[in-house]
Design a protein around this ligand. Structure first.
Ligand SMILES: Cc1ncc(C[n+]2csc(CCOP(=O)(O)OP(=O)(O)O)c2C)c(N)n1
Length: 568
């Protein structure tokens, strides 16, 4: 988002765009800019960059930066300051130690945070920021730069060259051999093995699935780990934690011989509110982040190291070892039946009623979009419905979807492949809207479906115009219930006062029309048959689906209520 204090940076971006280099994508709100940078980084595995002016630009940016900090997403965050000689004189949007101290504010949500007080600091601090943002644990790195410095010319001879590949190389794949051997010994006689797969497993997922097969384990995921796996895998037992399945909870409570947790920080959403049965001495925690391991001091064993390397090492050691098939005891049931058996409300999933049930909406979204679709679900009930009910077409089998879809591609298994993204820990409303734009910008080949609430859309929906300007294939699906649904149901479940949840009835379809964006109103399931998905998916630009859902359906969110102490 431009502004006076960062104007020279935009001058440079204009020159850069003309010669085919990086170009600016202007958001409607700075938080949206940070969410977009977040989505771009998640999709590409590269660093996302967001820029804001001093004062309100920087403070607006902060929610998005804080969200990336909590979820370890690498961002370069650049904000401006007025000219240096004006400091202390109440310059417009002064943001140093005398004004509203934005550097001080960013200290609490960045991995690197520095004020640039001389032009000759820029190069070194920029490289340091880029290096720090991408090292484990990754996160935002912030530089606060006065406008006269942005405009300046370095006095030092610009002869120094840098080996960027070396600077940004990931930490070498070291494996703690002692811990791996200890884990191997633990695996020895254990028959009932459960894997808990967290969001930190993206690059390891292939090796991890081999390990599931070799050890004949069954597995569950955290809510933000679900997008890494195929829900039709015979060993899948559901999501554990917020919005998750009773089957996953029951499995962990059934006292298996060992629980192997990979790449999770056991935050409230990922641990079922720190479910005590999980956090016992059955637990083995494998992670590269020390901060994640700090969440499980009660574990039987910690295995430190890059998860992919640990899994590959274990696969090598276990290959040829034959085990009894724990999960095979249960196969034989059809995959779809097994999947639906996990649902809180299979009736809702199949209901033909109007207004459409949110569960049925998840069925339609699962079946109507091609296997290369990337879903992103917003804070609120959108996340809960998606985590519980979304089960897109088998990405590997690539069956023909209900509608003929142009350009459907097989899934590319990369370190960033993820079909469902949700935000945990910080969970700001509107995150999915900006994130969807960033995901699509990082990879405009595959469709992005943004599932969001009417409340979140009223907070941040203006970013749809960025998708329009950038011609990005994002389908915005608004769960329109004229309410802050999660608040309403939370209050009901807790028996609290019913207050502050009502929203006005809004025709989002007309809002989209005013922006020149195609849109459709969905009242019942049959309305999906009227949509021309081939055209929607081929479109270079966003489409909005205003879905008037049945707001009386109770989302699977009881865990959160227990943690808040509002229900037993
Ligand atoms: C920025 C921000 N403010 C407040 C909240 C608290 N909060 C969580 S969900 C929610 C309601 C969301 O309503 P809506 O977007 O309509 O989605 P629904 O739950 O109805 O699907 C609120 C207020 C939040 N997570 N983030």
């Amino acid at each position: 988002m431009p502004g006076g204090a960062i104007e020279p940076l935009y001058d440079a971006l204009a020159r850069s765009a003309r010669r085919g280099g990086p170009k600016a994508v202007v958001a409607r709100h700075e938080a949206g800019a940070a969410f977009m940078a977040d989505g771009y980084a998640r999709e590409t595995g590269k660093i996302g960059v967001c820029i804001a002016t001093s004062g309100p630009g920087a403070t607006n940016l902060m929610t998005g930066v804080a969200c990336a900090y909590e979820t370890h997403v690498p961002l370069l965050v650049l904000t401006g300051q007025p000219v240096l000689p004006s400091f202390g004189k109440r310059a417009l949007q002064e943001s140093g130690c005398i004004g509203v101290n934005t550097l001080g504010m960013f200290r609490h949500c960045t991995r690197y945070n520095s004020f640039v007080s001389h032009i000759d600091q820029v190069e070194n601090k920029l490289l340091n920021a880029l290096m720090r943002a991408q090292q484990t644990p990754a996160g935002p790195a912030h530089l606060s730069i006065p406008v006269d410095i942005l405009r300046g010319i370095p006095t030092q001879n610009a002869e120094t060259s840098y080996d960027m590949d070396m600077l940004f190389r990931k930490k070498p794949s070291l494996v703690d051999e002692y811990a791996v051997q200890s884990l191997l010994a633990e695996l020895g006689d254990a028959r009932r093995l459960v894997f808990l797969i967290g969001n930190g497993c993206a690059e390891a997922i292939e090796a991890l699935m081999k390990l599931v097969d070799l050890t004949q384990a069954v597995f569950v995921t955290t809510p933000d780990g679900k997008g890494l796996i195929n829900p039709r895998h015979p060993a899948y037992r559901g999501v554990f934690g917020f919005g998750g399945h009773a089957s996953a909870d029951a499995l962990l409570r059934s006292l298996p011989d060992l629980i192997l947790a990979f790449g999770t920080g056991f935050g409230e959403f990922a641990s079922g509110g720190w479910s005590t049965n999980l956090l016992n001495n059955k637990l083995i925690h494998i992670d590269s982040y020390e901060e994640n391991l700090m969440r499980s001091p009660m574990a039987r064993l910690h295995v430190r190291g890059r998860i992919r390397s640990v899994c590959e090492r274990l696969v090598k050691l276990l290959e040829g070892d034959s085990r009894n098939a724990y999960h095979l005891l249960e196969v034989g049931r059809a995959k779809q039946e097994r999947l639906e058996g996990m649902f809180q409300s299979p009736e809702g999933f199949h209901s033909d009623a109007t207004p459409i049930k949110p569960q049925r909406l998840m069925k339609e979204l699962s079946e109507r979009f091609p296997p290369n679709t990337r879903f992103v679900a917003d804070a609120g009930n959108s996340m809960v419905w998606s985590v519980h009910y979304l089960q897109p077409l088998n990405r590997r089998a690539l069956r023909t979807p209900k509608q003929v879809v142009p350009n459907a591609r097989a899934d590319r298994r990369s370190g960033t492949a993820n079909w469902l993204r949700v935000t945990m820990d910080f969970a700001p409303m509107g995150w999915a809207i900006g994130c969807a734009v960033g995901l699509a910008h990082g990879n405009p080949q595959d469709p992005v479906v943004c599932i969001t609430g009417d409340g979140a859309y009223l907070m941040s929906g203006q970013e749809i115009t960025v998708a329009a300007q950038q011609e990005l294939p994002v389908i915005f699906v608004i769960l329109n219930d004229s309410a802050y649904g999660m608040v309403m149901h939370g209050q009901r479940l807790a028996g609290a006062e019913q207050i502050g949840f009502e929203l006005p009835q809004v025709d989002f379809s007309k809002m989209a029309a005013a922006m020149g964006i195609p849109s459709h109103v969905i009242n019942g399931p049959e309305d999906f048959d009227q949509l021309d998905f081939a055209t929607i998916l081929r479109r270079k630009g966003p489409t909005l689906l205003d879905v008037r859902i049945d707001r009386e359906e109770v989302p699977p969110m009881k865990v959160r209520m227990k943690t808040l102490g509002t229900v037993k």
